[in-house]
Design a protein around this ligand. Structure first.
Ligand code: ADP
Ligand code: MG
Length: 702
């Protein structure tokens, strides 16, 4: 039976249409006021909403509800409660109160708090975020009502990724509206942040996945020799999608559409077994929730298809890694996209001012952007031959660059380069106009016509941190600019002068060349742009005095909250590498070395047999092969011991920061030293002895 998508889209969400249909009008209007204008919701209203939500959920087969939240682990958390309560005569009632809807009380001590909570101070609260619709999650045999919530400690400190994101949305809303009012747009009441997150991922066969401890424990391969073919033929990108993968995508889309997620584009990516999904953009906090659901659904549905979905930034060395392109823009409640240059951008002062605000923010807080779009896994990707570099720069395209140059030189701009006709040399092909700008795939932060695309974010990460930072630092730019313009006698002249000055001061962050080239690293150094090579080095940006000033000024994160986040990040890094290193020790000691020894024994047996059958001087080749094999086994053994020693040393370091640094500088190197002989063994040990699936088997045989 063909299902009508327009009918089932959003059928698993308690969305506006459901509320309009089921809630009494006054309750519905009160809810709308809260969602759209941030007005407080009374407990009476919450009671009615809760009851309606419960009835709707039960009609759809739900038995449980959960407050769904996003602790600092970067993934989501939930604790399920059924709707049942006791009734006389051994019966039950199905109940759900406004209080239960608004507030939950998970134990806060078991989530990362970065020292904000001691283990004995367990109380934490989840609070309903009614701006993101509640939804039903269908698993193979159960349906759960999930209520998006923010998570904080007993003392009100944010313990999650959502709270600061919501605070940052308020901050940029306030400052952008302030600026628009200066431009005379008094009808604008709110400015929303819109984000579309393109998600890259790998799919491999589940049986093979389950044979690799490294994939199971760390999400990436820690060993593996390159197969004879990688991605050099460029035959996977946009290639015809295999039937098995298409069938996965079909089920994934259906699940996402039911959840009201606008899954739009799907294609094969550059590396073999790599794919991408892009939704239509949404308000940033909803998009953040949706992206988490996209990632969770990908994993769940892959398993149903006998596949495993890998979201790690670099699951396989030697081929492309995965990122998440975070497309960011600002839209007014009157429907205007503030990132849209229009047909004559040189005359569009409002656009140029917002553009200047983004450029200034990026230059002043580049390290913070680097920090918020990184995670331990992204260290294996950023700065690689095919990934954006660790240097944050902005690409704005030829047209805008030309306008900004005019402004810097003359104090104003008089022309905009316009769109040209595209000539393809074939008369039957319809007339197409070119975009004013080409693209730059190597830029970390690229202006793409009506939005900025942050290309640095890791594929496994929540997009909350990156957007919290973008919103907050742009809010700060706008706030400084508005302070100045509010005092200006001649607004028009002051705007022009401000744009000119801002661009002149911050144009070093604009770069339209090849971000993947080695020369750029040199050039960036000359320009004084920071280049934090690793995630660990970037963490300090969270506690820069400048960061603390800006984040406290806009009430996004307090000093204590920032310090806690920094501690959590160091800890997260140390723990991640510790798991990887221990997995390597285990795999080498219990799988690779024994396999190589078995193969060595076969070689030795052959040498003995040949010597007896022929002559002791025969079997030279086998002797050479055995020698090589034993040599590599020896190297691998020493490397295992060295790695074990490094892991033990790391554990003795005092602070989380010291530990993280030790892992980064020493343990990571010892891991590389172990990988090398094992990968070499893989190239010489007979295939039938090799204990785990190879790269070729994993990425080419899906
Ligand atoms: P491309 O990356 O090729 O430009 P699209 O234009 O389709 O691709 O956009 C990629 C992502 O950017 C999609 O998720 C899309 O919904 C989102 N996007 C498009 N316009 C905006 C906008 N104004 N603000 C935020 N995201 C946007
Ligand atoms: Mg894109």
């Amino acid at each position: 039976m063909i299902k009508d998508l327009t009918q089932y889209f959003g059928s698993n969400t308690f969305n506006d249409a459901v509320m309009r249909e089921r809630l009494p009008l006054d309750v519905y209007l009160a809810m709308k006021k809260t969602i759209e204008n941030g007005e407080e919701l009374s407990i009476e209203i919450a009671d009615v909403v809760a009851n309606t939500m419960k009835e709707w959920a039960i009609e759809h087969g739900a038995t449980h509800f959960t407050h769904w939240f996003q602790p600092m682990t970067g993934i989501t958390a939930e604790k399920h409660d059924s709707f049942i309560s006791k009734a006389p005569q051994g019966k039950i009632l199905m109940e759900f109160s406004g209080k239960e809807l608004i507030k939950g009380e998970p134990d806060a001590s078991s989530f990362p708090s970065g020292g904000l909570r001691a283990t004995f101070e367990a109380r934490g609260y989840t609070a309903w975020d009614c701006t993101s619709p509640a939804f039903l999650r269908e698993d193979s045999s159960s349906i759960t009502l999930c209520i998006p919530t923010a998570f904080c400690s007993y003392t009100g400190e944010a313990l999650d990724k959502k709270t600061p994101l919501l605070r940052s949305m308020e901050a940029i809303d306030k400052q952008a509206v302030r600026m628009l009012h200066l431009f005379g747009k008094n009808e604008v009441k709110h400015v929303n942040v819109c984000v579309g997150a393109e998600q890259e991922y790998f799919l491999i066969d589940r049986e093979k996945y389950l044979k690799r401890d490294d994939l199971i424990f760390s999400g990436r391969t820690l060993f593996g020799a390159m197969p004879p073919k990688g991605q050099e033929m460029d035959d996977h990108y946009f290639g015809a999608i295999k039937e098995r993968v298409l069938s996965f995508m079909h089920d994934l889309n259906e699940e996402l559409w039911k959840l009201g997620i606008y899954a739009k584009t799907q294609h094969n990516e550059a590396a073999p077994a790599q794919h991408e999904l892009a939704p239509i953009f949404n308000t940033v906090n909803i998009e953040t929730d949706h992206n988490q659901l996209v990632m969770e659904s990908m994993k769940k549905i892959a398993a149903r298809h006998g596949l495993a979905c890998l979201l790690h930034e670099k699951p396989f060395a030697g081929v492309n890694g995965s990122g998440k392109h975070n497309n960011w823009s600002l839209t007014t409640d009157t429907g205007e996209n503030l990132m849209k240059p229009g047909s004559k951008p040189h005359e569009n002062k409002q656009f140029l001012l917002f553009l200047a605000a983004v450029i200034k923010a990026t230059d002043e807080h580049a390290e913070l952007i680097r920090m918020a779009s990184s995670c331990p896994g992204n260290d294996c990707r950023l700065g690689g031959a095919e990934a954006p570099p660790s240097i944050v720069s902005i690409f704005i395209g030829e047209q805008l660059e030309d306008i900004l140059e005019q402004i810097v030189e003359n104090g104003y701009a008089t022309s905009s380069k316009s769109r040209e006709k595209l000539s393809m040399g074939v008369t039957t092909i319809p007339y197409i106009k070119k975009d004013v700008n080409d693209r730059n795939r190597t830029s970390t932060f690229a202006f793409t016509g009506n939005k900025f695309e942050l290309r640095m974010v890791g594929s496994s990460m929540s997009i909350a941190d990156a957007n919290t930072v973008l919103n907050t630092i742009v809010a700060e730019s706008l706030s400084q600019m508005a302070d100045e313009l509010e005092d200006a006698d001649d607004f028009d002249a002051a705007v022009t002068e401000l744009i000119c000055r801002t661009i002149t001061e911050h144009k070093r962050v604009i770069f339209d060349g090849n971000g993947y080239a080695k020369e750029w690293v040199e050039e960036a150094r000359r320009r004084g742009l920071p280049n934090k090579e690793s995630y660990v080095d970037a963490i300090e940006a969270l506690t820069f005095p400048n960061t603390i000033d800006v984040f406290t000024k806009h009430n996004v994160l307090s000093k204590a909250e920032l310090e806690a986040r920094s501690a959590i990040n160091y800890e997260l890094y140390a723990k991640t590498i510790n798991i990887e290193a221990r997995t390597m020790v285990e795999m080498a000691s219990r799988k690779y070395i024994p396999a190589a020894i078995r193969y060595a024994k076969e070689l030795a047996d052959t040498i003995n047999a040949v010597s007896i059958a022929l002559d002791e001087t025969e079997a030279d080749n086998e002797r050479e092969m055995l020698g090589e094999c034993l040599e590599l086994i020896g190297q691998a053994r020493s490397a295992v011991k060295e790695l074990e020693k490094n892991i033990a040393d790391a554990a003795l370091k005092g602070s989380e920061e010291e530990k993280a640094l030790y892992f980064r500088r020493n343990v990571v190197k010892a891991m590389k030293d172990l990988r090398k002989p094992v990968d070499q063994l893989e190239m010489i040990v007979a295939a039938e002895y090799w204990p785990v699936p190879t790269y070729a088997e994993m990425i080419f045989e899906v």
